[in-house]
Write a protein that binds this ligand. Sequence first.
Ligand SMILES: [Zn+2]
Length: 307
Amino acid sequence: MDMEDYPKTTIEFEQRFSTEEACQKYLAKIRWPEGFCCPRCGHRKAWITKRGLYRCKNCDYQASITSGTIFQGTRKPLQLWFHAMWYITSQKNGVSAMGLKQVLGLNRYETVWIWLHKLRRAMVRPDRDCLSGIVEIDETYIGGKKAGKRGRGAIGKSLILVAVEDKGEHFGRIRLHRITDASANSLMPAVQKSVKAGSLIRTDGWSGYTQLPSKGYKHIVARKNAEVGDNLLPLANRVVALLKKWLVGTHQGVVHSSHLDYYLDEFTFRFNRRNSRYRGKLFYRLIQQAVMIEPVIAKNIRGGKLG
Ligand SMILES: [Zn+2]
C-alpha cells in the first residue's frame, strides 16, 4: 500500500471495505505506516487477535488500533464508521445528522449527531500549514438578524476572520477563525495563526490592520476612497457568500455558537479540497486525521443544542 492509497469510486469502496478485517487493516496501515510498533517494548511484530487487537509477539501487550483515535471505545463496527466517512466526504456540500442516520440505518439520532461532531473535529488538521503568497483578508458576521457594526461585538453574532490565498486567476486555500472583535488585538493573533510571515496581505483601510507591517507582513490597502458597493476584496467576499450559503443549505442557517468553530473547520476542509480529482482523497485525509487526534469525549460535544 503506498502513501496515498484510497478507493476512487463507491464501488471500489464497497468492494474494499466489505469486512471488518479490511477496515482494521486499512486503519492500521494509516496509523502505523512503518508497520506495527509495540507501545510498550517497541517490538515490530504482532499477532492480530479475533477482536482486532494487535498482540505484541515479544511482550504480549495488546494494542488496539482504535485507542488514541476518535474511534476509541466505539461499540459499533469500523465498517459503519467507514461508511459514515465515505458518505460525508462524497457529498459535495456536507450532510445533516438526519441524512447520515438514514444512510447508516442507526436508530438513535444522538449517536449519529455525536459521530458527525467527532468527524468534524477530525477535519481540523492539528499541524496545518499557514497560507502564504498573496492573501486577502476581511471579516464577516455570522448569525443574528441585523447587520453588526465593525470594531465592536454584536449581540447574537460571531465575527469571523476570513483569509484567502490569491492565486491570480483562482482561489488558493482559505482559513477561517472566530475572533472576539475587529480590534488589532484580536485581528493580529488570528492573522498570525493563519498566514505565514513575509506574505503580502491585502485588506481594506480598516485601522485594525495597520500593525501588519510590524508583524512581518507586506501590506497593501485596497483603494481607501472606495464608493459604497465597490467590491474591493472580491475573493474574501466570494468565500463569505459561499460560507453563508453553505450554512443555510446544510445547517438551515441555525448554528449554535458553541459549534460554529467545527462548522468553520468543515467548510475549510471541503473548500480547500474542492478540486480534488477523487472524493476518495477526502476520505483518506479524514481517516488520516481521525487517527491523529485525541479521542473526543461525548460529553464535551454535547454543550450545545442538538442539530
Ligand atoms: Zn511489546
